[in-house]
Write a protein that binds this ligand. Structure first.
Ligand code: MG
Length: 462
């Protein structure tokens, strides 16, 4: 992947807005063209996407053409679902993050000035997006999120490279520095990177909202991002994709899924604080099953936002409304509509036949996990596996770890082994006889395998 790839800003509606406060949602002028369907750029030359979507029975596994290497020699593979839709709703992106040094200009012009036009800090980026309601939001996220992140990191790069982030960033600021307050709060350089990731997700969400509205499209996507910077690997997750660290004697989750069930308390609390969001159509209380008319007056189990345990209450008429969170496991839905509680897009999404919006309950903010790669005693077979939920629906973390270990130990000499491993993991979701589970994933599946050995050193880049 060339460094230039990240410097190009592609969006069907024109260039991305400059960093700064988000502009108004509605964009005047003629309707923008719909977001064109495509596969990740790094899959070019690996076979026809059109063939793949027209031959659902064949379900070919696609991966980058040999000779096209991804950052850190990472492996990638994907497969389209058999019957769910014509297009693959998963998208992926990866590349080098070239971070330059910027500073605020004079206060009156509010412009950014490039202090150092050369690259100041180098990172790497891998991302998976799992779309719903069409592929458009996932495509926009794959085109956009890395640019948002690069700009957010450039805006705070002084704080990222310092041993302790300064209280004030601009050298023009005449305020005295207050390192004791930064120290008292325990603020570290990695916290500034985490903040940049959180802001980048929010900015990308705004861009997707504007672009989809302008082109008359809808939809959303989950986002799972891994960023290597200065010897650390940051994993940011908003949705139900998953990343794990696999080592010889360890399997460590690097993300956790955000679903209506895992975020029950936050969602219920939002409805408690702003009951008008439910427009009198839903009950925020959780019951073991949906209540019926003949439950009225009975004592039933329930729980509210402040409870992890259960209690009993006498059923009133308002408890018979549709539950804010309904269903179990994979069937759990937020407002009867959505299976995830964090993700990008879905600005237009409303509960069927109502004006109730999903958006305040659906958050674009990721949870970020930091892996201190440079502190690990890394072995050649130590990898990160990132995949969309189609993989994790049929394989557990431990099953994936067993497949990873046995494959890598048996293919030590193969220079393409991480790519082959990604393909093998996808094949393992296709109901292979004698496979780890024999189960078949009917979802799109996308996998990155990121080797860690030899990558923790030489990270400073400035
Ligand atoms: Mg999926």
């Amino acid at each position: 992947m060339s460094a230039g790839w990240f410097r190009r800003r592609f969006l069907p509606g024109g260039p991305l807005p400059a960093p700064g406060p988000p502009g108004p949602r509605a964009r005047p002028g003629p309707r923008a063209s719909p977001v064109p369907y495509r596969r990740p750029r790094f899959l070019r030359g690996s076979g026809s996407a059109a063939d793949a979507s027209r031959r659902p029975d064949a379900r070919p596994v696609r991966s980058p053409a040999q000779g096209r290497s991804l950052p850190w020699n990472a492996g990638y593979a994907e497969i389209i679902n058999a019957e769910k839709s014509e297009f693959n709703e998963d998208q992926a992106a990866c590349g080098k993050l070239c971070i330059r040094r910027h500073e605020f200009g004079a206060e009156e012009d509010h412009e950014w000035q490039v202090l150092c036009p050369e690259e100041f800090l180098t990172g790497h980026y891998w991302a998976l997006f799992d779309g719903h309601g069409g592929p458009a939001a996932a495509i926009l996220a794959a085109n956009t999120l890395h640019s948002c992140l690069r700009r957010r990191l450039e805006a705070v790069v002084e704080g990222v490279v310092a041993a302790q982030p300064p209280m004030h960033l601009s050298s023009r600021c005449v305020c005295p520095s207050d390192p004791q307050f930064v120290e008292e709060k325990g603020i570290r350089a990695e916290d500034v990177v985490i903040g940049a990731l959180e802001s980048a997700f929010e900015e990308c969400d705004e861009v997707i909202g504007r672009e989809l509205e302008a082109s008359g499209q809808a939809g959303g996507c989950t986002a799972l991002v891994a960023v290597s910077l200065q010897g650390k690997l940051y994993v940011a997750n908003a949705g139900d994709s998953r990343a794990i660290l696999v080592r010889q004697d360890e399997v460590r989750p690097l993300s956790s899924e955000f679903t209506p069930e895992t975020e029950r308390r936050r969602i219920q609390q939002l409805a408690f604080t702003y009951p008008e969001l439910l427009a009198g159509e839903f009950t925020r209380l959780e019951f073991p099953r949906r209540l019926r008319g003949d439950d009225l007056g009975q004592q039933v189990l329930f729980r509210d936002y402040h409870m992890s345990g259960w209690s009993y209450k006498r059923v009133e008429k308002s408890d018979l409304k549709y539950p804010l969170i309904h269903g179990q496991g994979r069937q759990a839905r937020l407002l009867g509509t959505l299976a995830v509680s964090r993700g990008l897009g879905d600005h237009q999404l409303r509960v069927l036949d109502t004006d109730i919006q999903l958006k305040p309950f659906l958050l674009p903010v990721p949870q970020v996990t930091v892996l201190e790669v440079d502190q690990l005693d890394l072995q050649e077979e130590d990898v990160i596996v990132m995949a969309t939920d189609g993989l994790w629906d049929v394989l557990s973390n431990e099953q994936v770890a067993r497949l990873v270990r046995s494959f890598l130990l048996g293919n030590r000499e193969d220079p393409h082994r991480f790519s082959e491993l990604a393909k093998m993991l996808i094949h393992s979701t296709q109901g292979v006889e004698g496979g780890p589970t024999g189960l078949m994933s009917y979802d799109d599946v996308s996998v990155f395998v990121i080797p860690l050995h030899g990558q923790g050193q030489g990270h400073s880049g400035h």
